[in-house]
Design a protein around this ligand. Structure first.
Ligand code: THU
Length: 131
């Protein structure tokens, strides 16, 4: 599975999003080291603040199925531009997936790949708990 194929899975995942209030569809595809893919869409609820982003949906789905080793996460959205993960998702990605690649795709089908550590420098983590 290459970066483009994973990004296309994220585009597909937009279909399973439930953005009932913002109507802004986001899809995410998380790749395990063994090559399995978990899809997630953003889910909004009437209480608004309990919304969950597409990235966290995919990550929590995978973790709750027993997965622990990941290599990349892709994100696609209704914005014509790249959709970077929000701050909360950045922390969850680094906490539960490690320093994986974040793949973003825009509406021109262009792809941008960055390490999560570039998006969240000086992140709090496991090591800080031991100090
Ligand atoms: N959203 C995501 O799912 N992922 C992101 O990276 C950015 C924002 C969702 C949250 C909310 O449902 C909608 O997009 C508008 O913010």
């Amino acid at each position: 599975m290459n970066n483009r194929q994973l990004a296309e899975k994220a585009v597909e995942a937009k279909k399973i999003a439930l953005p009932s209030y913002s109507n802004f569809h986001v899809g995410s595809a998380l790749l395990t080291k063994e090559g399995k893919i978990y899809l997630g869409g953003n889910i909004e609820t009437p209480s608004y603040s309990l919304t969950i982003c597409a990235e966290r949906t995919a990550i929590f789905k995978a973790i709750s199925e027993g997965e622990r080793n990941f290599s990349a996460i892709a994100i696609a959205s209704d914005s014509p531009d790249y959709c970077p993960p929000c701050g909360a998702c950045r922390q969850v990605i680094i906490d539960l997936c490690g320093n994986i690649d974040v793949i973003m795709i825009n509406h021109k089908n262009e792809i941008k790949v960055v390490k999560i550590s570039e998006l969240l420098p000086l992140a709090f983590g496991d090591e800080d708990l031991k100090k």
